[in-house]
Design a protein around this ligand. Structure first.
Ligand code: 5GP
Length: 185
């Protein structure tokens, strides 16, 4: 249990799942793994961050990928401001460039039911990239409704609605340095 930061509007304590140090260690490992896997690939590597939740993870991760990469972003909406999956997924902001013939690494914050990445990967595949890999910081297997192959996974988590390190509830808590959940949530 960690005290919420002084600026936090909620007085509820957080249960910490992963400290900033534990996250940094795991992210460095994922970056090293990606570096090794892509060392001999010809062609451009495009790392696509799924807005907004993945941006902290992406920023840390790419600094551990020792290869030339291009960054791009895609906006996906699946939840609105609620914490329950609506099953409705749409692109709210598209990539800035075509990905045809490129090696694409999609960086997500969390795979929950799997609907979002399923839709996203199918959509990106129609754009004929040379390859697509999925990198997700978190996975909640208990909630899975779609079989999802995660090529690079940070942590598996229990069925809790987590916040911090990019993840939000109603746009709050993204800037917590650790990942946790509001006690009682
Ligand atoms: P899925 O389509 O896999 O059910 O949901 C994926 C999206 O739902 C994630 O990209 C994230 O925006 C949101 N989400 C799912 N579980 C959580 C959670 O525990 N915490 C937060 N903050 N967002 C979540």
């Amino acid at each position: 249990m960690v005290a919420p930061p002084a600026w936090n509007r909620s007085s509820e304590p957080f249960a910490e799942l992963f400290s900033a140090t534990a996250i940094a260690t795991r992210v460095a490992e994922l970056g090293a793994q990606i570096t090794a896997d892509y060392a001999n690939r010809e062609g451009d590597i495009v790392v696509i961050g799924v807005l907004k939740g993945s941006i902290f993870f992406l920023a840390d991760l790419v600094r551990h990928i020792a290869a030339p990469i291009i960054l791009d972003f895609i906006g996906i909406s699946s939840y609105g401001d609620a914490t329950v999956s609506s099953g409705v997924v749409r692109i709210t902001q598209d990539l800035s460039r075509p990905i045809e013939g490129k090696h694409v690494i999609v960086v997500e914050d969390i795979v929950d039911t799997g609907h979002t990445v399923h839709y996203l990967l199918e959509n990106l595949a129609t754009r004929r990239p040379a390859s697509i890999a999925l990198c997700s910081l978190l996975h909640k297997p208990e909630r899975s409704e779609r079989e999802t192959k995660i090529d690079y996974l940070g942590f598996t988590i229990p069925n809790k609605f987590v916040v911090g390190y990019g993840l939000d509830i109603s746009q709050q808590y993204r800037n917590l340095p650790f990942i946790g959940y509001v006690q009682g949530a």
